[in-house]
Design a protein around this ligand. Structure first.
Ligand code: NAD
Ligand code: UFG
Length: 336
């Protein structure tokens, strides 16, 4: 039984490959390397001691996907491939609809034509929009606030319609909160191209001297210290959540599940924990709020625990320790 992992060379995909291989599954990576590096595939092999088949291809290429699904005798797909930068999605919306929505459509059509009905989808807490209550439960109303979020919501809707049309499908929609951290080996981790959009990679690049200081977007939110609060989750916990979801796919259905820790941490708390675990100073300045940012959100995690028997185990200190281990060993990312 082989699992096709689209976007398997990326940040979350590479860690998920490691967990699937360690659990004894055969995987094949399918990636166009638009936002990743083939060295990540070599590193997955170094961690697991197994050769990792990898096909270079684009999820919008349905005939190629069908050939790969058949050649590798795939039984399930974990779908990470896509574009993910919220700000860029407002500048290039068509690229996001094409890559994320059209790509997912081509992938699902390829699966259907090959008779493969097990699917795990990378969704995001962004589909909840402005919180009507916190923590977000899976039945919180859905409302995307930018083109990226709308692509995720459209794909979720497509999946619900697909299952309603054919109950053979087993679909897990995993709504990630804020993934950070790295594999404890320091061999794989997050390697953003250009200026990082997200907090942890930015902090890391300040600590390694690649950037002068962190801009904290807003110090006047109604949160405990005025800075934004998020539910940061260690990427290895997140990867293990996919493994638990894969077991859950034995039962047909289409189920959305939050993957978070249930704990909110402020920007200043993350900076403090990172400085403590890395023994590095992270100079910062508080600047105006970033447009579109929410003050605070975090997950209700009971449903994940009940349905998947999974919960996140690693705390913020471990997230910072493993991020620093990766960053200090790979200060220029995979291109050392
Ligand atoms: P990433 O950019 O590191 O990984 C995505 C991978 O997909 C990359 O290897 C990229 O080269 C590949 N890819 C992109 N378009 C492709 C295409 N058309 N065909 C084939 N491969 C393609 O991102 P990540 O952080 O690992 O995120 C993985 C998924 O999780 C994404 O769908 C993202 O939207 C979702 N997600 C991420 C976060 C986060 O904060 N990282 C939060 C919520 C949801
Ligand atoms: N922040 C800063 N400075 C920075 C970067 C971020 O102060 O340089 C702050 C933000 O204002 C926010 C917090 O750090 O308060 C986290 O910001 P991120 O950009 O790391 O994460 P977001 O919560 O804004 O967004 C992330 C993903 C989205 C996803 C969302 C919900 O980037 O794709 O989580 O899952 F939709």
């Amino acid at each position: 039984m082989t699992v096709l992992i689209t976007g398997g060379a990326g940040f979350i995909g590479s860690h998920t490959c490691v967990e699937f291989i360690a659990a004894g599954h055969d995987v094949v990576i399918y990636d166009n390397f638009e936002n990743s590096n083939p060295i990540a595939v070599e590193r997955i092999a170094a961690i697991t001691g197994k050769t990792v088949p990898c096909v270079t291809g684009d999820i919008r290429d349905q005939p190629h996907l069908e050939a790969v699904l058949q050649d590798y005798n795939c039984q399930a797909v974990v779908h990470f491939a896509g574009l993910k930068a919220v700000g860029e999605s407002a500048v290039k919306p068509l690229a996001y609809y094409e890559n994320n929505v059209q790509g997912s459509l081509a992938l699902l059509k390829a699966m259907q034509s090959c008779g493969i009905y097990k699917f795990i989808f990378s969704s995001s807490a962004t589909v909840y929009g402005t919180p009507e209550f916190l923590p977000y439960t899976e039945d919180h109303p859905l409302q995307a606030m930018n083109p990226y979020g709308r692509t995720k919501l459209m794909i979720e809707d497509m999946l619900r319609d697909l299952y309603a049309s054919d109950p053979k499908w087993s679909i897990a929609i995993l709504r990630y909160f804020n993934p950070v951290g790295a594999h404890e080996s320091g061999l794989i981790g997050e390697d953003p191209q250009g200026i990082p959009n997200n907090l942890m990679p930015f902090i890391t690049q300040v600590a390694t001297g690649r950037r002068e200081k962190l801009s904290i977007f807003g110090g006047d939110y109604e949160t405990r210290d005025g800075t934004g609060v998020r539910d940061y989750i260690h990427v290895v916990d997140l990867a293990q959540g996919h493994l638990a979801a894969y077991d859950f796919l034995k039962i047909p259905g289409c189920t959305a599940i939050n993957l978070g820790t249930g704990q909110g941490q402020s920007v200043l708390e993350v900076v403090g924990a990172f400085e403590h675990m890395s023994n590095q100073k992270v100079p910062y300045e508080i600047v105006p709020r970033r447009a579109g940012d929410l003050p605070e959100f975090y997950a209700q995690t009971d449903f994940a625990q009940k349905t998947l028997g999974w919960r996140a185990k690693k705390d913020l200190r471990e997230m910072c320790k493993d991020t620093w281990n990766w960053a200090s060993k790979n200060p220029q990312g995979y291109e050392n």
